[in-house]
Design a binder for this molecule. Sequence first.
Ligand code: COA
Ligand code: AMP
Length: 631
Amino acid sequence: MTTYAAVYAAWKADPEAFWMDAAQRIHWHQPPSRALFDRGNDLYEWYADGLTNTCYNAVDRHVADGRGDQVAIIHDSPITGTIRKITYADLLTRVATLAGALQAQGITKGDRVIIYMPMVPEAVEAMLACARIGAIHSVVFGGFAAHELAVRIDDATPRAIIAASCGLEPGRVVHYKPLLDSAIEQATHKPDFTVILQREQEPCTLIAGRDLDWHAFQAGVTPADCVWVKGNHPAYILYTSGTTGQPKGVVRPTGGHMVALHWSMKNIYNVDPGDVFWAASDVGWVVGHSYICYGPLIHGNTTVVFEGKPIGTPDAGTFWRVISEHNVRSFFTAPTAFRAIKREDPKGVYRAKYDLSCLRALYLAGERADSDTIVWAQNILGVPVYDHWWQTETGWTIAGNPAGIEALPVKLGSPTVAMPGYDVQVLDEAGHPVGPNTLGAIAVKLPLPPGTLPTLWNATDRFKKSYLSHFPGYYETGDAGMIDEDGYLYIMARTDDVINVAGHRLSTGAMEEVLASHPDVAECAVIGAGDELKGQVPVGFLCLTKGVNRPHDVIVKECVTLMRDQIGPVADFKRAVVVDRLPKTRSGKILRATMVKIADSQPFKMPATIDDPAILDEIKAALQGIGFAKG
Ligand code: COA
Ligand code: AMP
C-alpha cells in the first residue's frame, strides 16, 4: 500500500518527475517539454510550453471517452423548488454553442469576460465557454455591491460581462441588473456588450445595443471548437481581499490548474470518476472555481450546483436531503454552515430522516474549524471529518488529509499535513525556521506547486511585495501557526488585516476606507471580533469630526448602509460604535490586535508603547454596549 510519507518523499526527491507524471492524467494537444519553468527573480511557471484546453479536459474528453450520458451537473435549488440534471453530452452542446456565440461577438483568446451570476448551471457553463475559446474569465461573487464590481471591471478590463437578471436569497430577490448597470456606470472601462440570462423570478429590461439576451444571442450560431492554449495561459482571474480596498487579481494558469485539481480529486477527496462530489460553496469563491466547476468536471465526476443555504431553505435538513437524494460521496463545505445547522438542530432530528450511507467523508475549509463543530459533525454523520487549509492564491489544498492515499489520524485543531508540492515552514520574524510547536509565520518554500498563482493580474510588483519580499525564497501565506513533532500543521490567525466572516475573506482595510468616506467620520478602525456562528464579524469604531453633534445611532446606521452599498451585504457589517479616540502606539499605530482581544474577552499584555492605557477601558465599555467584551 502506498503511504502519504512515501508519496510526499517521492515528490521531494524529484518534483519534476512527480509533476510530469501527474500531468499525464490531462489531455495535451502538445505535451509540455518539462514541468517547471524558472523565470528568475523568484517567478515560476508550470507546463508553460504545453498546449491544452480546460474545457476539452472538463467536457469533450469525457464525451469522447463514453461518459456522454453521465450527469455532469445537478442543479438543486431549494429556493426555486427545482432540480435539473445536465449530462456531459448536453453540457458539450450547451457550452460549445455559448462559446460560439461569444466568438461571433468577437471574443477571442486572451480577452477578459466578467461573470456575475447566482448559483445556476449557466454560471458554470459561462466559465467553461470562456475556457473553450481561451477567454479569461473573472467571476464576481453576487453578494458584492456595484462598487466592488466596478473596481473589478476597471482592473480586468473585460470585453464582455455575462450576468443574470437576478439572484435569489432566502426571502429576498437580489436585483443583479441594477447592480450591473450601476457598476458599468461607475467604472471607467466599459465592456463592449453584456449577456443577460433572464430568470423568471425577476426578468429585467435590456439596454438596446449593449445587453444581449442569453438565448437569443446563441440562436443559429456555429458551435465553437476548443482553442488550444499554452500551459501558462491564464484560465481565470479571481479577485480576493488584501489589506487595501484594491482587491488582488489572482491569476490561475491553465496547465498547472488542471494537473493539480485532477490530482486532488482522488488523492484528497477520494472520489473516482462517475462519483457525485458536492462542494456547498458559491461559484464566486475559489472553492466554487476549484470544486464546483473545474475539479469534479476535469476528473469526470458529477458536481452539484446548490442554490440554497444550510438552514432555512427550507430547514436544517437540506444538506442531508441533497446528499441522500443525489448519492453524494464526498461533501465539502465551510465550518460556519455546520455551526448554523448545529445551532438550529443540535440533536440531529433532521439528520435522522435521511439515509446518508452514500457519504464517505466531510471536508471542511475556508476558516478555522473549531473542535466542537468537528466532533458534532463526526457524531452526527458517522463519517471522517477532514479539515483542510488553503487559499484563493493556491487554488487547492496546502495542508490536508490525503484520504485517497492513506487516511491519517485526525488531530482536532489541525488540518493535518502538507500536500506534495508544498514545503511548508514556520518562520520567526527574521525568516528562520522555528522548531516544533513554536508559533510563527507560515510560509511555503518556493517554487509553489502547479495550480498556484504565478503572479497577480497586471501587478507583478504587487505580487512580489505582498507575498515574496518579507521572507526571501518563500511565499508568505499571511497565516500564523505551528507544526507539531508529527508534521501536523495548526493555523492560528492571520498576520494581516484579513478577516474571515462565515468563510468569506474580507479586508478590514477596505472597510475602513468605506467608513472614512462618511463625511462625519474623522478617524476609524475595523476589527474582526469572534462570533459563535460566523467565526468572526466586523466591528467598526468611529471617531467623529469635531463639531458634529448628530445622534450617534443615526451616524452608525448610515455607516452600515454605506458598507452595504459599497462592499455589499456579504461584509455583514452591522455593528459599529462611536468613540472619542482610538488606542494607539506612541508612533500613532492603531492597536487593532489589542482591541480584538478586548472584544473577545481574551487576556492581553498592555502594549509597552501604548499612548494612554485609559483608552482601553473606553473601548471595552463601548464594546460591551454592543454585546462584546462580556467575559
Ligand atoms: N448574493 C447576494 N447576497 C448574498 C449572497 C449572494 N450570493 N450571499 C450572501 N448574501 C447576503 C445575505 O443575503 C446576507 O444579507 P442580509 O444581511 O440582508 O441578511 C448577507 O449577505 C450575509 O450573508 P451570509 O454570510 O450568507 O449570512 P447569513 O446570516 O445569511 O447566513 C450562514 C449564515 C452560516 C447560513 C451562511 O453564511 C452560510 O451558508 N455560510 C456558508 C459559507 C460558505 O459557503 N462559504 C464559502 C467558502 S467555502
Ligand atoms: P480564501 O482565500 O477566501 O480561501 O481564504 C483563505 C484564508 O482562510 C486562509 O489564509 C486562512 O486564513 C483561512 N482558512 C482557510 N482554510 C482554513 C482552515 N482549514 N483552517 C484555518 N484557516 C483557514
